[in-house]
Ligand binder design. Structure first.
Ligand SMILES: *Cc1c(COP(=O)(O)O)cnc(C)c1O
Length: 468
């Protein structure tokens, strides 16, 4: 399978090259030249297969000629072997037509594990076959960093440095990062906020001499290989509800538009998806876009669902490319205008196509607390991000956006214990950590500290990375 850039000036290139590059050289994001499609019978044949087997079958279509299905299935089985639920991504009924897809059974109890555990193995394989060593540098507001450090520890070809804003991640998130005790894995507390961390990462990626010297790589959600494993659970959930003989809708709590774009790809691959519900918190740029047909940047306001406190959704560029009939030059122009003016509009035909599949809802903090209380009353305690998605699912059913009788799968993106404060506020009870993390807050911490400037971090990487 070949990959091309959403801005039309890079590629085609192979899967492992796209994986190791992350971001395309023209500033765009990689997508496969076509979406491999499954027939009705091919989807039906997946019923009864294990999670790893379905993962292998789906992902191998995107690595054609480089990784075959047997090897892909083995990689997936290894990636998900440590998950605490044998089904990997179990589906639980909530009420009426709503079902909750639990994506928090990985080591760091947020859905980032489903992609990151695969990605670390994918990097390892690609670097080994190229005989290379790499440095991964990333900034995190919490979930991505913990999932990445956990997944990349012990991978000899990679040294990983994750910058987080000192004192501004939740205690559970911080301990998940700092309790990783492995050579080559470094949690770095930066004296600044998340934007400072991101600015340092950006600045070091733009330092081409440094970038080439250490073979710098990124694992944020612009990497195609992070989206690929997320397609899998759309298939397993729909199969559990009777697909391909029955259509299913999904409600997805959204920040960077990565998870919900994986749902779009599943639909392009032939999975009968009736509707994709985009669920935002008060930072509702995507909801406003689907309502008004214009993307208009505002400032970010902190909310109870911090992993969705985002205004510019980097993965949206992939949908934009599709809505504009894969016209990379037009995407490049729109993204340039957006960077300058903070606004772009789409033609009516493109919006009509978008609304044919997507609907969008928003939920403020008050509503989030109310939803956590309501679903707890129905026997299931949700984390604040998952609550935003479940509330959107309820409203999409109530207003007829999803027809009666069509099951709606709401993605539960984190375990309630990862966001204890909000959940305790809503329910009056502190949600306990799952058994494998019960002693987390007692584990010793290992971390570096750095001033909020690129020079300090560059120096740290150069001295601490392991020789090739
Ligand atoms: C990352 C994250 C999200 C947002 O996912 P995107 O793919 O960026 O849209 C939502 N909820 C939780 C708990 C997350 O960690």
């Amino acid at each position: 399978m070949d990959y091309i850039s959403t801005r039309g000036q890079d590629g085609p290139l192979g899967y492992e090259e796209a994986l190791l590059s992350g971001l395309a050289r023209d500033g765009g994001l990689y997508l496969p030249v076509t979406y491999p499609a499954f027939t009705h019978d091919e989807i039906a044949a997946m019923a009864g297969m294990s999670y790893a087997e379905i993962a292998g079958r789906i992902m191998a279509r995107f690595t054609d000629g480089e990784i075959d299905e047997a090897e892909m299935t083995a990689m997936a089985a290894d990636a998900y072997a440590g998950f605490t639920d044998p089904e990997v991504a179990p589906l639980k009924p909530l009420s009426g037509d709503i079902h909750v897809l639990e994506l928090f059974h990985g080591p760091t109890i947020a859905f980032k594990d489903y992609a990151m555990q695969f990605l670390s193995r994918a990097f390892d394989r690609a670097l080994r076959s190229a005989g290379r060593q790499a440095v991964i540098l990333g900034a995190t507001s919490g979930d991505t960093g913990s999932a990445a450090l956990e997944a990349f520890q012990g991978r000899d070809a990679v040294d990983i440095f994750i910058l987080f804003p000192d004192g501004r991640v939740s205690p559970v998130q911080q301990r998940q990062m700092t309790s990783v005790d492995a050579p080559g894995a470094h949690a770095v507390a930066v004296g600044g906020d998340f934007d400072d961390c991101q600015a340092i990462v950006k600045s070091l990626f733009n330092d081409h001499a440094f970038r080439d010297k250490v073979n710098l790589s990124a694992v944020n959600s612009i990497n195609w290989a992070r989206l690929m494993p997320q397609i899998v659970y759309y298939f397993t959930a729909a199969l559990a509800l009777g697909a391909p003989d029955r259509s299913v809708a999904f409600s997805v709590p959204t920040g960077n538009f990565g998870n919900v774009f994986a749902g779009y790809v599943a639909s392009r691959m032939g999975l009968p998806i009736e509707r994709l519900i985009v669920a935002s918190n008060r930072n509702d740029i995507l909801t406003r876009f689907f309502e008004q047909g214009a993307m208009q940047r505002e400032t970010v306001t902190p909310s109870l669902s911090p992993s969705m406190d985002i205004q510019v959704s980097s993965n949206f560029e992939r949908l934009l490319f599709e809505l504009l009939d894969r016209d990379g030059a037009r995407v490049a122009k729109i993204m340039k205008d957006f960077a300058e003016t903070g606004r772009f509009e789409l033609p009516a035909a493109a919006m009509q196509a978008a609304r044919g599949l997507f609907s969008a809802y928003r939920l403020d903090d008050e509503g989030t607390v109310a939803e956590i209380a309501a679903s707890t009353g129905e026997g299931m305690t949700l984390d604040p991000h998952s609550a935003v998605g479940v509330s959107a699912a309820r409203r999409a059913i109530a207003d007829g956006t999803v027809a009666a009788g069509v099951p709606v799968v709401a993605l539960a993106c984190a375990h309630p214990a990862k966001f204890q404060d909000a959940v305790t506020k809503a329910t009056g009870t502190e949600p306990p950590l799952p058994p494998h993390l019960a002693d987390l807050m007692q584990r010793p911490e290992k971390m570096q500290t750095a001033a909020a400037n690129p020079d300090a971090v560059r120096e740290m990487v150069l001295t601490m990375r392991r020789p090739a």
